[in-house]
Design a protein around this ligand. Structure first.
Ligand code: NAD
Length: 436
């Protein structure tokens, strides 16, 4: 009897499943929609659009892990290089159970625009492994990192593709990648990663660079809207590498940060949070929930608080058609990559709210990664003040350029930033020509 004959009758005769209602847009849909708008403004043809919306190279690998208890777990790893026209690929490595190839593609595309906008000589890339780092020991995370690095070794290198930290990874992860790469090629290659520990050739100011940049841009946006930073209120979603330091720097600048959240929930204090105490609580418990200096708050409700400034600094897609009309912050500064959907962008524009896009607002991280790469290539290190001074100058320069471009062409800041970036990438591509 054939397999077909053996199949249950219902399988052969059942009507096709009713298609689901319109599926929710993914980060890749959002990224492609933003690119399409920019291409439309620039008047480029369909050929260039398909080239710029498609990654140049992508790799999917199996990442087996021998657990501490002797059992084996299997994860999937990705590395996507979206564009290489302006230089080696550059982008973070994310450890999160929800990582998908499409998410990594979107993040790699945003990296291309970010590097072009901030004018560093890199293309865009991103990597991911489908692991929840909180569930594994340091020894297990080291083995996963070394195995993933070995698998993607053929496509990374200081002149090819340079990883950096992102969600769920940190400077220790970068040290393991550097060591694995160096052992495989036979000599020490500090330039294979950025975001390394300072003792291995990392840069002063890299760990807090994204948050510093977010703060410079947030303060510029407040000035732009005529809001005094002293006494302005803010809420920050995400209390990791970006959100934590952004909340502290905003507080140092005189802003009253009334709420922060992490994946477990949020906390609120109308008088402003005390970050010395809250940070100690998070260091001890791993979460903001339960901190006794604030009231508990639903994580989603944080996004709708009546504050001057909202800084989403966690994951993609949190501001969407379903909640955008209830968001009342006057300014939204995207610490995270891709937190706002195109539909939410339209609602914010109609309501007169200012959105500072990720490719500008959180570019401080890749900017200081570039400084780290330059310092490493020259084997000459800058002090913390030099890094901070150059970071502020470049971030505010990019802000000014985007604001002027947007005003001159009546575009949103996101459209202006994307158009500027896409134009630079397209110019490099056209000058180099198509091989063969
Ligand atoms: P991280 O892993 O250090 O921290 C992530 C934080 O977000 C954690 O506090 C986590 O609990 C929280 N979180 C996760 N899901 C959440 C949810 N649904 N609601 C509320 N909080 C949630 O990661 P990170 O490096 O701070 O990155 C955060 C964002 O910033 C990501 O979008 C990342 O791509 C982007 N980014 C990071 C850098 C960098 O240098 N690390 C640079 C540019 C952009």
């Amino acid at each position: 009897m054939s397999l077909l004959e053996a199949a249950p009758r219902t399988l052969l005769t059942a009507p096709p499943a009713t298609p689901l209602a319109t599926p929710l847009a993914t980060p890749l849909d959002d990224a492609r929609s933003q690119l399409a708008s920019a291409i439309n403004v620039l008047g480029y043809g369909a050929g260039l659009q398909s080239l710029l919306s498609t990654p140049r190279r992508e790799m999917t690998v199996a990442v087996p892990l021998r657990r501490d208890d002797g059992s084996t777990s299997l994860f999937t790893g990705y590395r996507v290089q979206h564009n290489l026209s302006r230089g080696p690929a550059k982008g973070g490595l994310r450890y999160s159970p929800g990582v998908t190839l499409d998410e990594v593609r979107a993040l790699a595309m945003w990296m291309t625009w970010k590097c072009a906008l901030i004018d560093v000589p890199f293309g865009g890339a991103k990597g991911g492994v489908t692991i929840d780092p909180r569930q594994f020991s340091q020894a297990e995370l080291e083995r996963v990192t070394r195995r993933y690095t070995s698998e993607i070794l053929p496509i990374i290198g200081p002149e090819k593709d340079i990883p950096a930290p992102d969600m769920g990874t940190d400077e220790r992860t970068m040290a393991w990648i550097m060591d694995t790469y160096s052992v495989n090629v036979g000599y020490t290659v500090p330039g294979i990663v950025t975001g390394k520990p300072i003792s291995l050739g990392g840069s002063h100011g890299r760990a807090s660079a994204t948050s510093r940049g977010v703060t410079h841009i947030a303060l510029a946006a407040l000035r732009h809207r005529g809001i005094s930073q002293h006494g302005a209120t803010a809420a920050v979603q995400g209390f990791g590498k970006v959100g934590h330091d952004a909340a502290v720097f905003l507080t140092d600048a005189g802003i009253r940060v009334v709420a922060v959240s992490d994946q477990y929930g949020a906390v609120y204090n109308r008088n402003g949070l005390d970050f010395t105490r809250l940070s100690a609580w998070v260091a001890a418990t791993g979460r903001v929930v339960g901190y006794d200096g604030a009231e508990p708050l639903d994580g989603d409700a944080l996004l709708e608080l009546p504050v001057d400034l909202l800084v989403p600094a966690a994951v993609e897609g949190v501001l969407h058609e379903g909640n955008a009309a209830r968001v009342s912050a006057r300014i939204i500064v995207e610490g995270a990559n891709g937190p706002t959907s195109p539909a939410a962008d339209r609602i914010f524009a109609e309501n007169g709210q200012l959105v500072v896009p990720d490719i500008l607002a959180n570019a401080g991280g890749v900017l200081v990664s570039y400084f780290e790469w330059v310092q490493g290539n020259q084997a000459y290190w800058w002090n913390a003040d030099e890094v901070e001074h150059k970071l502020e100058e470049r971030m505010l320069g990019a802000w000014q350029q985007v604001v002027e471009y947007a005003a001159a062409r009546d575009l949103s800041l996101r459209a202006a930033a994307t158009v500027l970036a896409v134009e630079r990438v397209a110019e490099a591509h056209l000058l180099r020509g198509l091989y063969p």
